[in-house]
Every structure is written in structure tokens, then in C-alpha cells.
Design a protein around this ligand. Sequence first.
Ligand code: UDP
Length: 387
Amino acid sequence: MKYDFVVVGSGFAGATVAERLANDLNKKVLVIDKRDNIGGNMYDYKNNDGIIVHEYGPHLFHTNNERVYNYLQNFGDWFNYEHRVLGKVKDKIVPIPFNFTSIRECFDEDKSAKLIDVLVNKFGKDKKIPILELRKDGDADTSELADFVYENVFLYYTMKQWGQKPDEIDGSVTARVPVYTSLDDRYFQDKFQCMPIGGYTKIFENMLNNKNIDLKLNTKASDVLKFEDKIYLNGEMFDGKVIYTGALDELFDYEYGDLPYRTLKFEFENLNDKYYQKVGTVNYPTKDDKFTRITEFKHMTIENGDEIDFTVIMREYPMAYNRMNNDIPYYPINNEENMNLYNKYLEKSKKYNSLYLVGRLAQYKYYNMDLVIDEALKLYEQIKGEI
Ligand code: UDP
């Protein structure tokens, strides 16, 4: 088949653009992925006990974006699931984000009543306050609370996750998990919160199952594409367009140096117990535990967890990414230095006017799944307008 488009990567960025081009515009698309599975880090599978396991870490779908939500409904059925997270804080297990219940668990009755009162007067009810903001506040009571939460929820978790203190990393990262002046103990407050019945992999199969799409797994971009004066596909000049969703330093052979990322090592454990913990995720913002969190999949990936007598859990160990170890780049590290390096690669990419970048890796942004899909749909509209 003669291709109009080559899409590099079959995660949500690549699969969304490929699906739109193939279905909506009847374009011929080659999708390549270096892994032997589709779906990027959303790839999941059913284990022998019938529990869907996320091989590359837990992926919870949530969005306020109706267009993204509606788009995904085309590729499978979803069940409502509202994620809840608990965290080990001193000797207690309390809701994360830190909320009124967490305050009551960690402080005595009088103190917690006072803290809640002060917070509500200052910030209002059902308000989200990033920990770094709360620390700046200065008031004696809020300072005491801010110091407590900083030390016991953010400091060691962030040191483990990023190798840096909360105030050394971009403020938007810790702001993802604010202090919440509420009794609401859900991790997200988005309008749409759901998980795919049967898992994400099926959704990706449905997105990519199209006569206009050829899929080649175990294929790196550099196996088929060459970026010289022009773009070459399998040795011949390619006059179509390339949608690239991988890491930009890799695309240009690390010419300006390596872009930093954080990677994760996962430790899976099968247990002969019905449940290990009360909720899908328990965070360990503790100094002594080397992992950041434990995920128990049956809470979040299937609807009939109660009927299964076994469970599977996963501990997460974050570390610095090293491509020489074949690590997976999970998180971009957004700071000025890294953005400057990224921007050099971005400048270089602009030499190729038929090359488009989208996704967490290619855009070097800490995107959630819904934002990736939104970016991909926008890119599709842009391309549609251009051709
Ligand atoms: N965080 C923390 N303690 C927690 C939860 C989160 O310090 O108990 C910080 C940490 O820096 C983390 C960030 O908040 O990287 C964002 O957390 P989130 O759960 O959104 O991370 P993700 O699920 O994307 O890994």
C-alpha cells in the first residue's frame, strides 16, 4: 500500500490521529511501534485469574472534556469508576489528596476543628490549595498544617519520584494533588471518570482496526524513516506526512544531548487473598519505604473484583532514566534547562514541514491521557485543514 501518513507510536496520541485520518479522511496510514504491543503505556492484559493488569503502571481515565469523552465512546464500553487513594501518613492511612477527613485522622478533635475552620474562612469550601501555596500563607495554624502535609505527604514521595524536593520541581507537578478543603475523598473531581470494560488494549484494537491502517510492531522509527534533507520511508523519498509521538531526542539521534526523564520499575506480586488494600492505590510518602505507591488492579480495572478470590498488586520504584539500560521514559522533567534543550530539538523538527509532533513524549509535557487525545484531535483538525 502507498501510504499518505506514517504514524510513529500507537499510544493515545498516535492511535487517535491514525484513526481519524483512516476513518474520517479515508487516508492510508502506516502505524509503527517499537514495542510488540499496541497502546503504548496504556497496554493492559487479563491475567489467569481474570484481573486486567496495566503492564506500564496504572492509568485512570478522567476528563472534563466532553469531546474527548464522546470520542472514546466510539471504541468500546466504559464503566463508571471514581478513583480513591489513601496514603500512609505516620501510623495512619488517610485520604489523599489531604482533605478534612485526613485532617481529622492526623490531629486531635479541637485542633482539627480549628484547622478546618481556618481553611474554610481563608480559602472557602471545596477549594484546592497547592501545598507550595499553603506553605507561603504565613498564618500560624495554616503553617502548622502546611508543614505537616509537606513533610508527611510531599517531601519523601517527591524525593523518591523526582529525586528532588517539592520546592525544587515545577510547581504544577505537586499542584496535581492539592490540599482539598472538602470531605470529597475522590482523587479526581472531573465530570467524566471511567475505565474501559475489558481493558484499554481492546479500545486500541478498535481504534486501529481499519482497512486503511497497516500496523507494524517491533519497528523503530529509525528502521523505516530517515530524516535527511527530506524524509525517506524505506529508502524512498516520502511525500506524505509523518506524525511522530516518541521522544524527540531519540528522533534526532541525541544530537544535542539526552533529554532527561524519570523512569519506573514495577514489582508485581500475585497474592492468594481476595484483597490486599481498601482502594486501588495506596501512596507511601514515607521515608523508609523505597516505593512510592502500591496499586491493586482489581479495584480499578474490572467491575467484578469481589467475585475473584485472588489479587495482584504492583509496587512502583521511580528512578533516573537511562536509555543505555533500555529504560522507558515515563515522565518528562519540566524545568528551564530541559525546556531549552527540548526547544533545540523542536527547532530542528521545524525544518521538516511534513513532520508533526504530538503526545507526552514528543511534546515533552506531563499530559494526562485526556489532554493527549485532545491534542491529537486538534492536530488532526489542523492537518485536515491543510490538505
Ligand atoms: N505527590 C506527593 N505525594 C503524594 C501524591 C503526590 O508528593 O502522596 C506529588 C509527587 O511529586 C507526584 C505529584 O504530586 O509526582 C503528582 O502526583 P500524581 O498522583 O498526579 O502522579 P502520577 O499519577 O502522574 O504519577
